[in-house]
Design a protein around this ligand. Structure first.
Ligand code: ADP
Length: 446
């Protein structure tokens, strides 16, 4: 049952409408079929009654000894069997003559202008009764002597036994289903468009606005969505600008502090203070760099991710030739995707740089996925304790051990990498490998 229930709004709406329409049609066609049967039976009854009375009239005006001969010559419909009976009568009070038939016999008996005598059928002159489920008998008395006995077969009606019924049902259902499908698709398309636009906005705050056209509700929703998108854009831009301004303005007091530190008498204190100030400057420089080439401002273009990854690894190997053997690439020759090259290269450089810095190796594996790509960067370092795996993505967060190793980072590398990957609609995660070492998992949507 579950599997038959469509997943999409369009599918569900169409299914409900089509099923509803089929029920309505079936009911409508049934009513129509019953009407037709009713009409058919009336026509049959009329025909049978006319024939019977016609026959009776022909017989009643003929001399009794000629009647058998006339009857033998009469052409009768197959539903009618007639016998002459000189004396007998039908058993009285036979029940259930079909109503339409008995009505017809009475009416026509009265209206036919029957010859005299009797001008009319008295109840005693016309007897009728059911003989079986599908036949009944009518006996009409001749005024002189004997009866005319009619056996009339009434085939049971078969209202659905018509080709037209099925053809009409299928044709109407098909036509209605096509129209419903078309209309529902049109109606629900704006919902799909809105979902796609929301997805695009998640990857790129500068994604183009939705057209504010179409039916009123759709246009209103699109306008609301566009307003929200531009608010988010402004909000992000304001924050980035503020970050840049603060970082920039901090540089002046730091410079002044450095000048003052130079005058410190205590050699050791001076050196420590200058080192702290240098660290602050490095942090500010990377913050400024991050704010300056804000990933959101770079347009996404068609890029070969495989060669981009290889370039990053080659550059790392060039910088540290003694580690070149521990820097490897595995994956397809080419994998073209829509990416922001400069930003993505920075993110990958940060991850590969960390792997080398903290793990003495960088083995990158790239795989194409149905939607996008997935990348693993493995190293041989100590890994990151699970409890810290979220914290290391926070700005300026560094694990104690790495401070001691004097690796010289500022704690922004992973923050920037995640920010860039998320701006692509992707994600980055960490896990410690079984045999030791960290594995960074990067997912990028297509
Ligand atoms: P930085 O490298 O400048 O210190 P990051 O944001 O790149 O800053 O990294 C944050 C912290 O995460 C690092 O200080 C380090 O302690 C830890 N880390 C990052 N990458 C790895 C890795 N490959 N292996 C072990 N620890 C790592």
């Amino acid at each position: 049952m579950r599997r038959l229930w469509p997943a999409s709004l369009a599918g569900r709406t169409a299914l409900v409408l089509i099923l509803g329409l089929m029920v309505v049609q079936a009911v409508g066609l049934t009513i129509h079929a019953f009407d037709r049967v009713e009409l058919q039976r009336a026509a049959e009854a009329r025909e049978t009654a006319f024939r019977s009375f016609g026959l009776w009239r022909a017989l009643v005006t003929a001399p009794p000894e000629r009647r058998a001969a006339i009857l033998a010559e009469a052409e009768l419909p197959p539903t009618l069997t007639v016998t002459l009976d000189a004396a007998s009568t039908l058993p009285p009070d036979l029940p259930h003559v079909p109503l339409h038939m008995s009505r017809m016999f009475r009416l026509d008996g009265l209206n036919l202008g029957l010859p005299h005598p009797p001008r009319r059928f008295r109840p005693a002159d016309l007897q009728s009764g059911a003989l079986s489920r599908n036949s009944f008998g009518v006996s009409m008395r001749f005024h002189d002597q004997g009866w005319l006995n009619l056996t009339i077969r009434v085939p049971s009606p078969r209202p659905w036994h018509s080709d037209n019924f099925l053809i009409a049902f299928v044709a109407m259902s098909l036509a209605a289903a096509l129209m419903i499908w078309w209309a529902v698709r049109r109606l629900t398309r704006p919902v799909a468009d809105l979902a796609a636009a929301a997805g695009r906005l998640g990857r790129d705050v500068n994604a183009p606005a939705l057209p504010e056209t179409g039916p009123r509700e759709v246009a209103t929703a699109a306008a609301a969505f566009n307003t929200m998108a531009s608010n988010i854009r402004r909000f992000v831009a304001d924050r980035t600008q503020m970050l840049a301004a603060i970082s920039h303005d901090l540089r002046t007091p730091i410079t002044r502090l450095r000048l003052r530190a130079e005058f410190l008498e205590d050699e050791e204190q001076r050196a420590k203070m200058l080192a702290d100030l240098a660290e602050m400057e490095a942090m500010i420089a990377s913050t400024l760099a991050f704010a300056r080439d804000d990933a959101a401002n770079e347009p996404a273009i068609s890029v070969d991710l495989a060669s981009l990854a290889r370039t990053v690894l080659d550059e790392a190997a060039d910088a540290e030739p003694e580690r070149a053997a521990a820097i490897t690439f595995e994956g397809p020759e080419h994998l073209t995707m829509q990416l922001r090259t400069v930003a993505l290269k920075r993110a990958l450089s940060n991850l590969v740089g960390n792997a080398l810095k903290y793990g003495d190796a960088a083995r990158l594996r790239l795989e194409q996925r149905e939607k996008g790509a997935i990348m693993w960067i493995d190293d041989d370092g100590p890994g990151i304790p699970e409890a810290s795996q979220e914290a290391v993505f926070q700005p300026f967060h560094r694990i104690e051990g790495s401070r001691n190793r004097e690796t010289g980072g500022t704690g922004l590398g992973l923050t920037i990498a995640r920010s860039i990957l998320r701006a692509h609609g992707g994600e980055v995660g960490l896990l410690n490998r079984e045999g030791g070492g960290l594995r960074v998992v990067v997912r990028l949507p297509g």
